[in-house]
Design a protein around this ligand. Structure first.
Ligand SMILES: Nc1ncnc2c1ncn2[C@@H]1O[C@H](COP(=O)(O)OP(=O)(O)O)[C@@H](O)[C@H]1O
Ligand SMILES: [Mg+2]
Length: 254
């Protein structure tokens, strides 16, 4: 019997379309993510997103669905500053991403835990080394790194595999390492691009439960997925990306 995860509120607290305002675009303090009239056109002329508005409140858990090529990854890339919007504004945790470059963007990215479908682990490094890697660059003390490492590996259920190399792990375990790496710095926002795309249903569910736990601890979680079954098992708001636009799916259809 699947555990159905209840919404914190009966109404989803994100909005697709905000009312018109005469004020200059600015960041709302309650919002973790705000896209304001965002259009993304790639250099080849491809319109990935067209005049999109989206607000995701701090502490929300949101699924982004849509066919391949609909713009899901583009939307996430705008959030972690891998792409800039052609038009419009992107705010994350109060920061206007168009103003962040170089070191300031790198430091800002520490506030976002990013998880990919293909794990992106370093094959020659152990689980512990893969996870610690990000903290070493950030000037944490050895003691604090060890404390965070242990707590994080415990949370993803991999403490016993700390000294294994990625090729000694199953796909589900590798994905849990990549989640550990993304969250070891305790970012307030976690974005995951098809994190269960290579996993079987049991492993997908395990991974989803980790994201759920992180959300219960207060993190804002945004997950793109094709997996309708997984979405149905969770009771979280769903936004569909279609033709460069966003559509809110209010109820989960069984
Ligand atoms: N770097 C890029 N250059 C040109 N077109 C791109 C680039 N990245 C994505 N696209 C195009 O933008 C559209 C949306 O892509 P993407 O955001 O990757 O969709 P999804 O993640 O939903 O599969 C697609 O038509 C894709 O071909
Ligand atoms: Mg994608």
């Amino acid at each position: 019997m699947p555990v159905l995860i209840a919404n914190k509120t009966t109404e989803p607290s994100f909005q697709l379309h905000q009312p018109e305002t005469e004020q200059q675009p600015s960041a709302s303090t309650a919002a973790m993510v705000q896209l304001q009239s965002v259009t993304k056109t790639y250099a080849n002329g491809c319109h990935a997103l067209v005049d999109v508005n989206l607000e995701i409140k701090k502490g929300d858990f949101l699924f982004l669905t849509g066919a391949s090529g609909s713009g899901k990854s583009t939307l996430l890339k705008l959030l972690y500053g891998h792409e800039l919007p052609t038009l419009g504004k992107v705010f994350v945790d109060g920061c206007d991403l168009s103003r962040l470059f170089g070191d300031r963007l790198s430091i800002f990215r520490r506030r976002i835990g990013i998880v990919f479908q293909d794990y992106k682990l370093i094959p020659q490094r152990t689980v512990a080394e893969n996870v610690k890697f990000v903290l070493l660059a950030q000037g944490y003390t050895r003691k604090e790194i060890q404390r965070r490492l242990e707590a994080t590996l415990k949370l993803v259920g991999l403490l016993a595999k700390a000294d294994c190399f990625p090729d000694q792990l199953s796909g589900g375990e590798q994905q849990r390492v990549s989640i550990a790496r993304a969250i070891v710095g305790t970012p307030p926002l976690i974005v995951a691009d098809e994190p269960t795309g290579n996993l079987d249903p049991d492993n997908s569910w395990q991974v989803l439960q980790i994201f759920q736990k992180l959300n219960n601890f207060g993190a804002t979680v945004i997950i793109t997925t094709h997996d309708e079954q997984l979405v149905r098992r969770c009771n979280h708001p769903v936004v569909q990306v279609r033709g460069g636009k966003l559509y809110q799916k209010l109820s989960v259809v069984n």
